[in-house]
Design a protein around this ligand. Sequence first.
Ligand code: ZN
Length: 284
Amino acid sequence: MVWLLSVRGADMARISYRRRFALLRAHEGCCAYCKEVMPFRDTVVDHILPQHLRVNRSAWRELLRRYNLGDDFSLDDVENLLPVHQACNSLKGGRVFDPARAHFFLEIARAKAPHVRREEDRISSDLKADRLLAKLATGLETGLLPVGAVQALIQHPKMPPAEEHDTYDPIIVTFGLAVEDLIGRADLPDSVPLEYPHLCDWLEEDLKSRLSVALSCTMFVTEESARNGETLSVRVALVRPDLEQLRTLEGSWWEILEIAYFSEIYDEPGDRVGFAPAGLSGHM
Ligand SMILES: [Zn+2]
């Protein structure tokens, strides 16, 4: 099974690709600490006031007072975030800037914040855009996609118009998990059968019921699940879904492995293959 997201550090896992990208654009492609031009694949997001400060409530209040910051100051807000080199970030480590230095960088972040938010909006707020950026970043990070090819695409004076997708072309979402990751999870009910095939049957029902709750669109399973003895993946077609609703699955054992149009996976447009067969339309 191919896991599409490669996450190099905890910081990257928390910050969406969309945000990382928007921060880099807003800072004119430069590291906020050393001011050098920096490629996206080297970019990490630094919290000016580090996240470990959040642990203790009273110390946090004291710090806000000492740094002359309002009670509404949030560590996760773009006004506390800077795009920096991984190396520059490692130099800083978890150290806390003195108030003067912190304010110097907070001022820079604050000045760029509207630009960051504009860039985020421009990239669009849907989950798919973030997944695509994740794939692109992974391609660049692993070297499978040469930087030159991407630049050529971006700078091409006559970009072909984005392919118009039939709105009836369903979205295929592939969900997956590694069975051994489930063992020992506190949220796995005791009654669940642990032999692989039975566990897979149970998990497929679990996915269906989670999706029925999370999504309001028509959905159906397009093919038999893939079972290799260690992992399980299930493809589900969603008709005009609101992909934001999939966020409710975050924190569960299901991972989204791929999002694509029906016609990209099955060659035929979804509306020609008679989707929504009896018994599967509406909720699964
Ligand atoms: Zn730097």
